[in-house]
Design a protein around this ligand. Structure first.
Ligand SMILES: *[C@@H]1O[C@H](CO)[C@@H](O)[C@H](O)[C@H]1NC(C)=O
Ligand SMILES: *[C@@H]1O[C@H](CO)[C@@H](O)[C@H](O)[C@H]1NC(C)=O
Ligand SMILES: *[C@@H]1O[C@H](CO)[C@@H](O)[C@H](O)[C@H]1NC(C)=O
Ligand SMILES: *[C@@H]1O[C@H](CO)[C@@H](O)[C@H](O)[C@H]1NC(C)=O
Ligand SMILES: *[C@@H]1O[C@H](CO)[C@@H](O)[C@H](O)[C@H]1NC(C)=O
Length: 383
């Protein structure tokens, strides 16, 4: 028995070189192995996407929780209803009388907007698109700390029902590197819908600088819970939207995943308000880049619920056309000439009201007035 071969003993001692002798030593060994495995897993996750989304565990989820829990009630303080109009004064739409459309469910089209040179031209273009759509209520939420009186009257010209809200971004984000633009606006709009007890109809977030095909509205109007569709001109691919197989959404095409379960653009989905009402905690976080994702998570969305629109997501019915931002303009022109002797007084008053350009006696681009190809002093025209 004890004469077990020398060979056996040698191989045993060889394996014992790696395996610690004491119980404590073995435990330490196991812990080190687990740590090494974890380290390799984390390294793999950084290089590639992994099954369990670590980015969420380590940051985004915490951030989302913080921003969605702490700021409950924020909108109550920061939302002002500037003007509300429930009258649809269009007589005909697409050759039909208004009554002929009355059975359609209402679309609540939420447009976050902010003061800048392009604001009024963008809203003008969008307003005339929306004018073609029956049964639509336009919620225009302005990132501005008071009611812009110009917008109040401006919105009546489209003859459609609208709500004008003042919904400034909370000041704690003023110095943030990436600002959560449009969030307080959309939250204010949802708050307004709740305050008005509006629990039926379709909610759609439509920015003021997108281009909308009229067919989009017909498509989203029968959304049961959440519908989705491609958005053109997004990031690297020029497109973002669901991947559809056999009439079902199976994934998403979007060049920026970043751990988002729902990597879609804000303009790429619509929600039935009856469904949203079932989720009273539905909200949007003040986290740049994750607004859509977290909002859809807060609706307890599942992949199999999504209704693909636009001919099984083969058509592009909305485009993310961004207008280039222009620097604010100041035109140097003596105030003496901005009176009723010419159009210039009223013209510059309008430009100033719309936030496009200001007239100044001193700074700014010098106003040049010409005739027959030659510049002339203003006194030449106005004396
Ligand atoms: C609207 O719906 C009601 C009942 O749901 C129906 O009786 C009526 O004919 C419909 N009207 C139109 C214009 O389709
Ligand atoms: C909304 O509904 C609640 C409860 O049903 C009611 O107290 C409130 O007055 C309603 N508000 C409006 C604006 O209709
Ligand atoms: C979408 O695809 C499904 C399955 O191929 C088909 O049954 C359905 O009719 C399609 N829908 C549309 C609007 O084309
Ligand atoms: C909504 O949030 C409140 C407070 O955080 C929580 O008590 C409640 O359970 C939530 N409701 C749902 C339906 O998730
Ligand atoms: C222009 O303004 C002056 C004084 O402000 C006023 O007396 C005059 O009637 C105005 N003219 C016109 C055409 O409005």
């Amino acid at each position: 028995m004890f004469s077990s071969s020398k060979q056996e003993k040698m191989s045993l001692s060889a394996s014992r070189l790696l395996w610690p002798k004491t119980v404590f030593g073995r435990r330490i060994f196991v812990v080190i192995m687990i740590l090494v495995t974890l380290f390799l897993y984390v390294a793999w996750c950084i290089v590639d996407d992994c099954v369990i989304d670590l980015s969420h565990g380590f940051g985004t989820m915490d951030m989302l929780k913080r921003y969605t829990q702490d700021d409950i009630g924020l909108n109550e303080q920061l939302k002002f209803v500037c003007e509300e109009n429930f009258q649809d004064t269009r007589l005909y739409m697409q050759d039909k009388r208004q009554e002929d459309w009355k059975n359609l469910s209402m679309i609540y089209f939420v447009t976050p907007t902010y003061p800048r040179k392009e604001q009024i031209p963008e809203l003008l273009r969008l307003g005339y698109t929306l004018q073609h759509i029956p049964r639509l209520h336009w919620i225009v939420a302005n990132d501005y700390n008071s009611c812009n009186p110009y917008l109040n009257t401006f919105l009546y010209r489209f003859h459609i029902p609208f709500t004008h809200l003042s919904s400034p971004m909370p000041s704690q984000f003023n110095n943030a590197k990436a600002k959560p633009r449009g969030v307080s606006n959309r939250r204010a709009a949802m708050e307004w819908l709740r305050s008005r007890n509006i629990t039926s109809g379709i909610l759609y977030f439509g920015d003021d600088d997108n281009t909308y095909d009229l067919k989009l509205f017909q498509e989203i109007r029968d959304t049961k819970r959440v519908s989705m569709f491609p958005v053109g001109l997004i990031a690297n691919y020029g497109i973002s939207g669901p991947v559809v197989r056999k009439g079902k959404v199976v994934g998403f095409l979007d060049s920026w995943v970043a751990g988002r379960r729902w990597p879609v653009d804000m303009a790429g989905f619509a929600v039935n308000l009856a469904y949203m009402t079932e989720h009273p905690n539905a909200s949007m976080p003040f986290v740049p880049g994750y607004e859509e994702d977290y909002f859809l998570r807060s609706l307890a969305l599942r992949l199999d619920m999504i209704e693909p629109k636009g001919n099984n997501c083969t058509e592009i019915l909305v485009w993310h056309t961004q207008t280039k931002n222009h620097e604010p303009t100041t035109v140097q022109i003596s105030r003496d000439y901005l009176d009723n002797r010419s159009n210039l007084g009223l013209l510059f008053e309008s430009l100033s009201n719309m936030g496009v350009a200001k007239a100044s006696d001193r700074g700014g681009a010098k106003a040049i007035i010409s005739k027959n190809g030659k510049s002339k002093p203003l006194s030449y025209f106005l004396s």
